[in-house]
Design a protein around this ligand. Structure first.
Ligand SMILES: [Cu+2]
Length: 118
């Protein structure tokens, strides 16, 4: 009886720990240019910093202009960082769409905008 109680307690503990891990998805911590910011000149890359390490093969970002056209030259991920190269961006508003698979196998996605000003 004591053994089975201990087994149940261990099981509940494992579930609780699992629940904690499940909430640790890779979410965007900050970016450069940062969400909602205006930069005076075109950046050469858009860099996204996440709260968890990413699976590079299943994580990526694209940068779109206000017409919805892609203006990035591809993206890569390493550790908890994702990077998309961009050609020279003319003044305007840009949207960064990202998707991530964190090393805990959870998927997440999101988007944010920044402006290139004059
Ligand atoms: Cu997770």
């Amino acid at each position: 009886m004591a053994n089975s109680k201990r087994a149940i307690a261990t099981f509940v503990l494992a579930l609780t720990a699992g629940g904690t891990i499940a909430q640790a998805h890779a979410v965007l911590d900050h970016a450069s240019p940062d969400a909602g910011s205006t930069v005076s000149e075109s950046p050469e890359t858009v860099t996204l910093y996440f709260t968890e390490s990413l699976e590079p093969k299943f994580s990526g970002a694209e940068v779109l202009n206000s017409n919805g056209d892609r203006v990035d030259g591809g993206s890569s991920a390493s550790g908890n960082t994702m990077q998309a190269s961009v050609k020279s961006l003319s003044p305007g508003s840009y949207t960064v769409k990202w998707h991530a698979l964190s090393v805990d196998t959870h998927k997440s996605q999101g988007s944010f905008s920044f402006r290139v000003g004059q």
